[in-house]
Design a protein around this ligand. Structure first.
Ligand code: AMP
Length: 203
C-alpha cells in the first residue's frame, strides 16, 4: 500500500504518518527530513530555499526522493509525507509509484501558526516537542529521549511560516483535486488518537 499525507504546517501529518507507518509496516519518507539531513554544498544550496519557506526545485527533490525510495526498506509500501507539494511533482510521482490513498489533514491557518510557534526539535536526535500543545518535554529545553538541547527549526520563523502557508494554499491544495476520490479528508483538530483511528479505519 502506498499513501500520501497532505496538510498545512503543524497539522500533525508527520506525527500521523509515523503512527500509520508503524501500524501498517510501511516505510515513512518525509521529504522535509530528507532535505534537513543534507550535508556540505547541497545543504548550503537548500538552506536558502528552506529558511525562507520556499519550495526547493522539483528536479532536486525528485532526485533525492528517488534515491530514498530505492532502499530495501521501501519494499512493503511507502508513506510520502511532504511530497508531492505541487501539480508538477504529482505528475512526476505518477511515473514512479501507484498511489492507493491520499490523506488530507485539515487545520485552520490560525492553529497552524500557534502550533508552529510552540514547535521545538532535539538538536541531536530530531525528536519533536511542542510547548504550545504537546508533547511537552519533561525538563524545559531538553530532550526526554537523549537529553539533547531543544531548538527551533530555522524555517519555523513567523515570516517563513507565512510563506509556507501561502504556498500550501496556492500550490499544494490544488494537488488534492488531481487525486479525486482517492482523497480521505480528516479534521486535524480532533486529537492525535482520534485522527489516527479515523485514518486507520479509512485506508
Ligand atoms: P516540511 O518539513 O515538510 O515542512 O518541509 C520543510 C521544507 O522543505 C519546505 O518548506 C520546503 O522548503 C522543503 N520541502 C519539503 N518537501 C518538499 C517538496 N516536496 N518540494 C519542494 N520542497 C520541499
Amino acid at each position: 500500500m502506498n499513501l500520501i499525507f497532505v496538510g498545512p504546517q503543524g497539522s500533525g501529518k508527520g506525527t500521523q504518518a509515523k503512527i500509520v507507518a508503524e501500524k501498517k509496516g510501511l516505510c515513512h519518507i518525509s521529504t522535509g527530513d530528507l532535505l534537513r539531513g543534507a550535508e556540505g554544498d547541497l545543504k548550503n544550496e537548500l538552506d536558502d530555499y528552506m529558511n525562507s519557506g520556499k519550495l526547493v526545485p522539483d528536479e532536486l527533490i525528485v532526485k533525492i526522493l528517488k534515491e530514498r525510495m530505492e532502499k530495501p526498506d521501501c519494499g512493503n509500501g511507502i508513506i510520502l509525507d511532504g511530497f508531492p507539494r505541487n501539480s508538477k511533482q504529482a505528475e512526476i510521482l505518477d511515473e514512479m509509484l501507484e498511489i492507493d490513498k491520499v490523506i488530507e489533514i485539515n487545520i485552520p491557518d490560525k492553529e497552524s501558526i500557534r502550533r508552529i510557534e510552540g514547535r521545538m526539535v532535539c538538536i541531536d536526535c530530531g525528536e519533536g516537542y511542542n510547548v504550545e500543545t504537546s508533547p511537552m518535554p519533561e525538563k524545559e529545553g531538553l530532550c526526554d529521549k537523549c537529553g539533547g538541547k531543544l531548538i527551533k527549526r530555522d524555517d519555523d520563523t513567523a515570516e517563513a511560516v507565512k510563506k509556507r502557508l501561502e504556498i500550501y494554499h496556492s500550490e499544494t491544495e490544488p494537488v488534492l483535486e488531481y487525486y479525486g476520490d482517492k482523497v480521505l479528508s480528516v479534521n486535524g483538530m480532533k486529537g492525535i488518537d482520534n485522527v489516527s483511528n479515523e485514518i486507520l479505519e479509512g485506508i
